[in-house]
Design a protein around this ligand. Sequence first.
Ligand SMILES: Nc1ncnc2c1ncn2[C@@H]1O[C@H](COP(=O)(O)OP(=O)(O)OP(=O)(O)O)[C@@H](O)[C@H]1O
Length: 351
Amino acid sequence: MAQLILNHVTKDFGGGRPAVADVSLTLRRQAFLALLGPSGCGKTTVLRMIAGFEQPTDGSISYGERRLSDAERALPPEKRNMAMVFQSYALWPHMTVAQNVGYPLKVRGISGAQWRKLVGEALSLVRLTDLAERRPAELSGGQRQRVALARCLVTQPDVVLLDEPLANLDQHLRKAMEETFRAFHERSGATMVYVTHDQAEAMALATDVAVMSEGRLLQVAPPAEIYARPEGRIVGGLIGRGSILRLPLAESGERQLGWPVLREALGSRGADGASGGLLADVPPADMLVRPEHVHRGTDGILMRVMSCVFEGERFALDLALGDGQRLKAFSSVAIAEGQTVPFVIASGWRL
Ligand SMILES: Nc1ncnc2c1ncn2[C@@H]1O[C@H](COP(=O)(O)OP(=O)(O)OP(=O)(O)O)[C@@H](O)[C@H]1O
């Protein structure tokens, strides 16, 4: 099975810091990689280099044995058997849905029965068979996006590149489209690379999540792993909801810490400022705490409830420690703002 390999890929547009700096990634066939990171971190540039719209200034990109590009040479996009779906889906307004979907086949000289078969399959994959004869103006935003997806799938690409494809859709449509992507991914076996700002979307769809910052790749891991074991403040702050506390923690090699250790590290940080100032000479470390690990308990330390917001299935709490550090938590019942209540941090992850 061919793998998509980025080997020390750099892209320097010549404006100071490179847009992409020394990124190495190996994607097995059937991987669904979500590329996450703050605006301007280089996600789109990575995607455009894979597609062939940009050439690396250093490093190389290969698909299996085939070198796609390096600083000297680059295979043009149309020779890569890849397809890219953009945020703006640019359909031909004068063509029907079927004609739009079949356009890339026409360009490749495929017509007649083979054309009809491939277009039919692509339309069925995105559940648009019934709308084959409509024109784009007669479709909803989500249906148009599905036409764009079918058009990209019709050539049966090895690699599908998606640049924020759901950014223009409302929440309900996004969920439906996520299902379409998932089904397509399962049935096609294509390698997919998906650029998004939305980490919930990335976690729901991807087999692997890659986090970038300032052109660099910080971590790549399956969604559950990057959620449970993020590396560093940037990844910890970006993936999932969580709070980063700075606490005195002795270096023990342990990264997953339970309440007894955290209780000691919190020392006199209760909202009442009580209990002894332990560990004063231990250097502080960053500790990621997930809201689902913070709960009320009589053996907890006092925290002040700064806000309590109803979110439908639960309440989201903003808690303050005595030293001003804040912590997110969930609660099944409302707690009055301003109250001080004992909370336990059942688990924390040293970043
Ligand atoms: N053609 C170009 N010429 C010069 N600089 C560029 C070019 N394309 C991108 N850049 C710069 O490279 C950096 C990375 O841009 P890129 O579009 O890859 O980021 P991104 O992570 O996709 O951002 P966003 O999430 O906002 O789309 C930015 O600083 C951008 O200004």
